[in-house]
Design a binder for this molecule. Structure first.
Ligand code: ATP
Length: 215
């Protein structure tokens, strides 16, 4: 394992409570470029809470104490249960908007490749409200990939995807994780990830890590 000095984000002894209920208990981990991590756990185990805590790591300075020396603050992209797309805008308009607020150029040929992979290319000028649930999910994944930055956090990213959409998503996320880190919460047991994938399991507020697939 690389040293924590090379980590994008180091978390030490993170505990988090909502009201009187302790959700996360003394959690420690480091995230590195190249990591592709599946986060599992029962309903209510705290997966969404952990992802949102990482997203807002600046509010938990005592736990997130160290980041790589060459990187002041990792850029994080988040895709949660709410897809965060503007439904009255077209897919293309959404991508233009999210790239512009992330201060990124519009990568024309990359977008064409992504949209063709997800079979969204011919629908790119249509408003999002005319899309099926799976098409909205694919659109949100494209947005997250394009604005990915150093770390992508995904909460149930495969919801409503058909088999071919799932395979495309897995391929794209695997490719993306080679240059950044990808951490995703999922219940889906049949995701075709490689043996290099890291498995995390949240159980009663503590984090267990194991080789993939988790048991
Ligand atoms: N706003 C809130 N107020 C009170 N309790 C909350 C709130 N948000 C989350 N919780 C509690 O925190 C715990 C963890 O919730 P969380 O959404 O992180 O679980 P999860 O592992 O993502 O679950 P799921 O698999 O169902 O999506 C649950 O017991 C939940 O009831």
């Amino acid at each position: 394992m690389p040293s924590t000095e090379q980590a994008l984000l180091v978390c030490k002894d993170l505990s988090y409570s909502i009201g009187k209920k302790q959700i996360l208990k003394h959690i420690s981990f480091s995230l590195f470029r190249g990591d592709l991590i599946l986060l599992r756990g029962d309903n209510g185990a705290g997966k969404t809470t952990l992802l949102r805590t990482i997203l807002n790591f600046g509010h938990h300075k005592d736990s997130f104490s160290s980041v790589s020396k060459d990187l002041k603050r990792p850029q994080i992209s988040y895709l949660g249960h709410e897809l965060g797309l503007y439904t009255s805008l077209s897919l293309e308009e959404n991508l233009h908007y999210f790239l512009s607020i992330a201060n990124l150029a519009y990568p024309v040929s990359q977008i064409e490749t992504l949209l063709k992979s997800f079979r969204l290319w011919t629908r790119r000028m249509d408003p999002i409200f005319t899309f099926s649930r799976g098409m909205k999910q694919k659109s949100a994944l494209v947005r997250a990939l394009l604005t990915g930055g150093d770390l992508i956090l995904l909460d149930e990213p495969f919801t409503a995807l058909d088999r071919s959409g799932l395979e495309v998503a897995v391929t794209l996320l695997t490719e993306h994780s080679k240059s950044s880190a990808v951490l995703m919460a999922t219940h889906d047991p049949g995701i075709p990830f490689s043996q290099d994938t890291i498995a995390w399991n949240l159980k009663e507020g503590t984090l267990e890590t194991s080789a993939f697939p988790s048991t």
